[in-house]
Design a protein around this ligand. Sequence first.
Ligand code: FES
Length: 103
Amino acid sequence: MNQIQHESFDYVASLQQQGWRFIVPTNCSLLEAALAAGIKLPSSCRNGSCRTCMCKLVSGQVKYKITWPSLSREEKEDGFILPCVAMSLTDVVLEVTYATRIE
Ligand code: FES
């Protein structure tokens, strides 16, 4: 049988300014993965509408859990993402100014 297997992968997210890294499990948003790793990113609605979490994707690729994340075409072209609804398709590097460690 010649069938394509769809495997699950975890990816690594790096916060460029802080130098922190965390694992992003498949089907987990970047925000959820950061929290699970003890890193708090700015957030409010957590459903892709308020834009509180907006940050820059320095490298890598993401896909969204929702059809219409609250980003303009220009913001997307400039590399901005909403980590509360973004899931990694590759390892990613993010620029997040206000990330903090959860004690
Ligand atoms: S927390 Fe509201 S858009 Fe991400």
